[in-house]
Design a protein around this ligand. Sequence first.
Ligand SMILES: [Zn+2]
Ligand SMILES: [Zn+2]
Length: 264
Amino acid sequence: MYSDQHLHCIYSGDSETPAEDQVNKAVSLGMEHICFTDHHDPFVNSDIDFELDFPSYLDGIGKLRTAHADRIDIGIGLELGLQTHIKDHLVSLSEAYPLDFIIGSIHFVDGLDPYYPEYFVKYGKNAYTRYFETVLENLKIMSCFDSLGHLDYIVRYGKGSDLTYSYEEYAHLIDPILRILIDRGIALECNTGGMSRGLPEPNPCYDIFRRYRQMGGELITLGSDAHDPSTLGCYFEEAGEMLRSIGFTHYAVYHGRKPHMERL
Ligand SMILES: [Zn+2]
Ligand SMILES: [Zn+2]
């Protein structure tokens, strides 16, 4: 079973799952490696506390790694919320701890989380455009992460969960995003989390992976974004098959912020 490199547990403000439950589920699926990537979205206006307590997280997952070393290899990663106005803070934070893997994700656009309907009320038909613009603005000034998380995150919460969405409509913003990733050696994440909630494709959609491949992109990571064991590794076989049909032969597994290519 492919390694799951996008997992949350009790150290994330939006998960109650004990870390060990995720480990046991991964072992039961036959995974040889997983990486925890708990949330850290500093300085955001939210009812949920998305700030990670780094010392306790590193200590807790570190102990778990040692305790289960004979069963599975456990990485300590991070899902870092990118925002342009705190760039310097994020860059120094990314270098401050001995992490295996950092996902860069855009969860807030001009201070609003598209998870909530207020975002769509404010931006109306420009909701998707503004999201992709924000991703691009962040990428232009930051490379302090290893893989770009759920590039079209916005479609998870759009009307009808993406039924009207097409890559072509936003190609003028998505192509420059992919160009930056390829030029800087940053991976593109295939996030299957939305599929467990009814999305027909991962985030981003397969057309974006096709375009990325066409442009020369080779570095991809796989993650289920599971906040509890029920969705850990969800739809990995299906996504792997599609990615192979698009032309990818390997995916990257990160240790100490370095990619190791594994057969897809
Ligand atoms: Zn996320
Ligand atoms: Zn996540």
